[in-house]
Design a protein. Sequence first.
Length: 95
Amino acid sequence: MRRLTDNSEDRRSARLVLNARSLERLRPRLEDLLNRRGVADFVALDGDVSLQPGEARLEWRGGQSRRGRAEIAAAIAALFDPLDIQEMEALHERA
């Protein structure tokens, strides 16, 4: 998502799709992150029951990327400190 948002000149909409139940729990944190990065105006959050907990799909004009739990955990580690990662794992396990 960082490359998409850093290189977007036209700010066309993108959609971050998560497991629907996981999104219910993570929405406030993700919205805060999108706001802090200044991309909340063009990155929408959506839930999809066909995705497994821990999976995500990012869709944008002309493409999409789907990631599993291990890939997402590595990306999160680059953004948050270890305490936050443990918190997110705990939220995921309760979903």
